[in-house]
Ligand binder design. Structure first.
Ligand SMILES: [Zn+2]
Length: 468
């Protein structure tokens, strides 16, 4: 269902010279020249276009929840200019890089697939010079360029991917399909945690970007080492999101050892000015930012039965992987080749799905039983929503002549009661094993108190399901 763009660089196929690089830490030094960049590699089931779309939607969510500096201002303008200058060094750039400053004290930065980069004000306050700040930004740009987040998501298959992204976000962008994508649950687990290998790659690529842009790449490693030394009570968040691969300074020095010497930029009047302004500001603490996010959680009351009840008969969705009837007054988000969400108009709000059905395809990486696949899908859903619980044992069923399973789940709804507490939600997970071994799965969603009323509709949809 996701487009498979297989771009594997196999270590087995590489000859002697490269074996050391594949095996681990010791990498060949970087070569000079604008085109001699490390290349993205590894299996990735996303196209760059999909990454851009994904990143835009997640960034919209993040931007709405984080206290960012105004779009124009001395610090924001400066960081944006510096970021674009660094991104400009990349040999190919199908991405949509944009750089925003978050008014937060902690030293941290993050990048989303396809180009959004967010930098905490604390990072600017902590940098001694422009080269160090450029190092942090070049490192983040490198995560985007090396496609680490989506490579991660591809590797883990759906085991790490929030239901949000599975539920149609890769489709036609109908605006809010980030089902239950909380910053903590969704983003944290998939996009913001990198392996030590990914960190080494981002350092190496970042070093190349810095060198080409005229900065001493060692300033990047110096800044990270400085963070490590200041790592006292828990340490800066940066090092927990970007784990230290070890010997950063040494690795960068080794990487640039064969690049021709040049005069590096260390500082600029623009950096000094931005830093001066930053020094007068009092950014929020991480706790304060977390509180703000809490307060911005959707406060929506359940829709009236009338606005979600099916009416006007049923119509048929023809998807490349299945065919299914759905209420004519419900909407389909996604397209014939993507994951889809089918929901009533009033069922999707604030980027969350309170009523409706998510349909997607899961391809297990090894041959496993239907029950094991169901378990993996359940785990993936739980990863995006830790409060989700199975309330029944899996039950065997037949769906259009194929073996299937049903598990009933319970979780907090995106809808809140009058006191602002989330109401209970019931979800029914249905898995169907297709002939080719892949699993078509459906998640039927409704608030607990309205689930029974919608049951006949869900049943009719399921009865009409035919896989292709
Ligand atoms: Zn990193």
């Amino acid at each position: 269902m996701f487009r498979q763009s297989l771009r594997r660089k196999s270590c087995v196929a590489a000859i002697g010279l490269f074996l050391a690089a594949c095996a681990g830490k010791q990498q060949a030094p970087l070569r000079p020249g604008e085109n001699a960049f490390p290349e993205p590699h590894g299996f990735n089931q996303y196209t760059p276009e999909q990454e851009v779309q994904l990143g835009r939607q997640v960034a919209a969510e993040a931007d709405a929840q984080l206290p960012e500096l105004p779009t124009r201002g001395p610090i924001q303008d400066y960081v944006s200019t510096l970021g674009q200058k660094l991104a400009h060094q990349l040999p190919q750039n199908p991405y949509d890089f944009n750089f925003k400053v978050v008014n937060e004290k902690d030293i941290n930065a993050f990048a989303l697939p396809g180009g959004p980069v967010r930098i905490n004000l604390g990072t600017i306050q902590a940098a001694d010079n422009e080269a160090q700040l450029a190092g942090v930004i070049a490192h983040e740009i490198s995560h985007v360029y090396m496609r680490h987040a989506t490579r991660n998501a591809s590797k883990e298959s759906i085991a790490q991917l929030p239901a949000a992204i599975l539920g149609g976000i890769l489709g036609n962008g109908a605006g809010g399909q980030l089902a239950r994508l909380g910053l903590s649950a969704g983003l944290g687990s998939v996009f913001l945690k990198y392996s030590r290998d990914a960190e080494s790659e981002a350092d190496r690529t970042g070093a190349k970007i810095m060198y080409e842009a005229g900065y001493d790449p060692r300033a990047m490693a110096q800044f990270f080492d400085k963070l490590k030394q200041e790592d006292r009570a828990g340490g800066p968040q940066f090092l927990s999101d970007h784990p230290d691969p070890g010997n950063r300074a040494e690795a960068v020095t080794q990487a640039i050892s064969e690049l021709p010497a040049k005069r590096f930029l260390t500082d600029s009047p623009e950096f000094r000015r931005a830093k001066q302004v930053a020094a007068t500001m009092k950014p929020y603490t991480a706790e304060q930012v977390a509180q703000m996010q809490q307060q911005r959680q959707p406060r929506v009351t359940p829709a009236s039965q009338g606005s979600i009840s099916p009416s006007g008969g049923f119509q048929t969705l023809n998807h490349s992987a299945f065919q299914m009837d759905y209420p004519a007054n419900w909407q389909v988000f996604g397209n014939a080749n993507s994951a889809v969400t089918i929901a009533p108009q009033g069922g999707v709000s604030n980027d969350s799905i309170a009523y409706g059905v998510i349909v997607n395809l899961y391809r297990p990486q090894t041959q496993i039983s239907l029950s094991q696949s169901t378990q993996q899908i359940y785990q993936a859903l739980r990863n995006s929503n830790q409060s989700m619980r199975a309330i029944s044992a899996p039950q065997q069923i037949q769906v259009s002549g194929l073996p299937g399973e049903i598990v009933n789940l319970q979780s907090p709804s995106p809808l809140a009661d009058n006191s602002g507490q989330p109401i209970a939600e019931r979800d029914m997970l249905v898995t169907v094993q297709r002939q080719d071994g892949s699993i078509l799965w459906l998640l039927f969603i409704a608030p607990e108190q309205q689930f029974d009323a919608l049951s006949p509709t869900f049943k009719r949809m399921l009865d009409s399901l035919q896989t292709r």
